[in-house]
Write a protein that binds this ligand. Structure first.
Ligand SMILES: [Zn+2]
Length: 113
């Protein structure tokens, strides 16, 4: 249920951005969500409905942009797509790899009315 606090953060960011843009209403919010991120878009959406009430973000559409997972093996340099954070390299079996993409969760942009 850590989506609750992350949704609070999203709304705080959106409020700042909307204030900076002098907007009274936010049309949509684009959120980057990595495939390996532990956040669920559905839960964020649920809390957003509750938490945005009475704020400039109320009624805004949430667009999730899903980023695929990408990793590089630290042993053999192989590039592969890890299915989770405790995966092993499919070429050499090493559990040591750098996740290059897939753990992100941030507000990419907002569209204001
Ligand atoms: Zn490897």
């Amino acid at each position: 249920m850590h989506e609750y606090s992350v949704t609070e953060n999203i709304i705080a960011i959106v409020q700042d951005e909307a204030a900076r843009a002098g907007a009274a209403r936010v049309g949509s919010i684009n959120i980057i969500l990595g495939e390996l991120s532990t956040f669920s878009g559905q839960s964020i959406e649920f809390y957003f409905g509750e938490l945005s009430r009475g704020t400039v973000a109320e009624g805004a559409m949430l667009n999730f942009i899903y980023l695929p997972a990408k990793a590089v093996c630290l042993e053999c340099g192989s590039r592969f797509k890890p299915r989770h954070a405790f995966y092993a390299c499919p070429d050499c079996g090493s559990p040591m790899f750098d996740i290059k993409q897939g753990q992100e969760m941030f507000v990419e942009s907002i569209e204001v009315d």
